[in-house]
Design a binder for this molecule. Structure first.
Ligand SMILES: [Zn+2]
Length: 420
């Protein structure tokens, strides 16, 4: 049972198509040979864990002589049991929240819809399985054509109401440019994601607060975003007490007050106003990436397995962010997140074994989807030398938020279960 679950997701007949079928139109029997040629001839990919694909260069990987990483060596079934108990505690909390949200505002919940498989599937579950009145909300910045196709199809098929907010692009150009030239220690993906995501999270909070919608439900998969930012739920005091404007943007002196005012700040609301809770249901429900990729296609919510793959539905700027981090750190910044899913049996190792190499290859060579690297660098007026780390990392929230969060978040009661 505890083979880290990797094989269980690769069995069965309705498999996710072979990753290379997206790139080359060749018959299946040829694929293995092409893979081999690809791997051995074109790209000197780095060593990675044989079990979870964690790259050798990732901090803490420490591959041993058998090619197994430290997190896999230290993988503990007991920790898995605790994680499962925590998941169940969260699921209990989520079920209560989904009952309590009904009929309070003009909608029961708001779902930020990015066009990825997870947010699409989330809208389906909430509307069809729970019968909730869902308002879908998209902040239209850098949403690629595949994601748009997914959004339109899903919104039509599920007949949910959908609000699209498209802010000024000049601000985003200035923001991305400044952040890429002034990255924090964890690199480009981290720097941009943790300024960019708060902007659309804040937009969702604003709409939900103004429409008196009690819940915002996001399609974040387990491990996303970083646990110090949110895990299952945004700390409630982060929503009700904290101005989210990144201090480094204010300190740079390059952004107007109006632009800094785009970030969530609860102090702008009258005292006593009720803020929504912001939850990530996939941190509470059982999560299987493969299964969701298949399900959204079976349900007709997304037109093809290709469109359901995060490689194709992700924000186009991600190619530039990956490029910057591949250059800086020598491994793909998403690898640790995916390795964790693979280790826990929540993602398909065979799929990512090939797809990971393909993604790194086309990113560094700036070909196929990797051409977005060139396009975005032109748009932002940046060259390779401009992509730089200049600042240390900082924690997301002030200390009082973490202290309160530790007290109120759903947790596992130590009394129940085995003591041995
Ligand atoms: Zn490993």
């Amino acid at each position: 049972m505890l083979n880290c679950g990797v094989d269980s997701s690769t069995s069965g007949s309705a498999q996710v198509p072979h990753p290379l079928t997206y790139f080359v139109a060749v018959p299946r029997p040829w694929l293995n040979r092409i893979e081999l040629a690809f791997v051995f001839l074109t790209f000197d990919a780095m060593r990675s864990c044989r079990n979870c694909l964690l790259p050798e260069a990732a901090p803490g990987a420490e591959l041993d002589e058998y090619g197994i990483c430290r997190p896999c060596r230290e993988y503990n079934p007991r920790a898995l049991e605790r994680a499962e108990a925590l998941r169940q505690a969260r699921e209990g909390d989520l079920e209560k929240a989904l009952k309590a949200c009904r009929g309070q505002g003009s909608y029961d919940c708001l779902v930020p819809l990015s066009g990825g498989k997870d947010s699409v599937y989330l809208v389906h579950r909430l509307k069809v399985e729970y019968g909730l009145r869902v308002l879908a909300h998209t902040t239209d910045i850098d949403i690629g054509p595949v994601a748009w196709e997914n959004i339109r199809r899903a919104v039509d098929k599920l007949d949910v109401e959908h609000v699209v907010y498209r802010p000024s692009m000049a601000f985003y150009r200035q923001l991305f440019r400044w952040l890429l030239m002034n990255q924090e220690a964890r690199g480009a993906v981290h720097t941009i994601s943790y300024v960019y995501a708060p902007l659309f999270e804040g937009n969702a909070l604003r709409v939900a607060t103004e429409k008196n919608i009690p819940l915002v439900l996001a399609g974040y998969s387990p491990g996303q975003p970083l646990p110090e930012r949110m895990e299952y739920e945004f700390p409630r005091l982060a929503i009700s007490e904290v101005d989210w404007t990144p201090p480094e943007l204010r300190a740079s002196g390059e952004f107007s007050d109006a632009d800094l005012g785009r970030f969530w700040n609860p102090k702008r609301y009258a005292p006593g106003i009720k803020f929504p809770r912001y939850l990530a249901p996939f941190h509470a429900w059982r999560y299987d990436q493969d299964e969701i990729m298949k399900k959204v296609v079976q349900l007709g919510l997304i037109s093809s397995a290709k469109n359901a793959s995060p490689v194709f539905s992700n924000y186009p700027i991600n190619w530039l962010l990956m490029y910057s981090d591949l250059k800086t750190f020598g491994y793909n910044p998403y690898a640790p997140e995916f390795s964790e899913l693979i280790r826990e049996g929540k993602a398909n190792k065979q799929y990512w074994k090939i797809m990971g190499k393909v993604v790194d290859f086309i990113t560094l060579k700036k070909i196929y989807l990797g051409r977005h690297v060139t396009r975005h660098m032109q748009w932002l007026g940046l060259s390779d030398e401009d992509l730089r780390i200049t600042r240390p990392s900082r924690r997301d929230w002030p200390d009082f938020v973490y202290q309160d969060w530790a007290k109120v978040a759903p947790r596992v009661e130590p009394a129940q279960g085995a003591a041995a």
